[in-house]
Design a protein around this ligand. Sequence first.
Ligand code: ADP
Ligand code: MG
Length: 138
Amino acid sequence: MNRTLSIIKPDATKRNITGSINKIIEDNNLIIVAQKRIKLSRDKAEGFYAIHKDKPFFNDLIEYMTSGPVIVQVLQGENAVQQYRNIMGATNPDNAEEGTIRKEFALNIQENSVHGSDSDDNAKLEINYFFDESEIIN
Ligand code: ADP
Ligand code: MG
């Protein structure tokens, strides 16, 4: 069993499709062991995406991620990090496989509905960035 951090992004909360995304998560044997709806501050969003701070899309990304509520979640299951990346689909929905969250719901490469950690090490860092261990319930 391991864990990954998921964020349901503002394009999805605005369209009221968080339940549809959670259904795909649960149908694929990942358990939502923590979940909260928050509004990211600019500082919190910039810290989370610090690795992308030199990318041309960074400012737009921060504007977008702070434009509405997000749902931060901890998902648990076998191979959670890779399993969730598989379910999410490619960053650009044009390249995402049929049946993935991004293929079904993403609007474009930026407004792509979900975030998922890309390694076990980053998953631990990202989970700790949003959650206290006491908020994660097996
Ligand atoms: P992923 O979310 O698939 O791990 P990245 O870590 O590369 O993708 O990028 C983080 C987020 O930044 C993406 O999910 C997307 O919202 C945004 N993004 C990535 N690449 C671009 C781009 N070329 N143009 C606009 N936004 C982008
Ligand atoms: Mg990434």
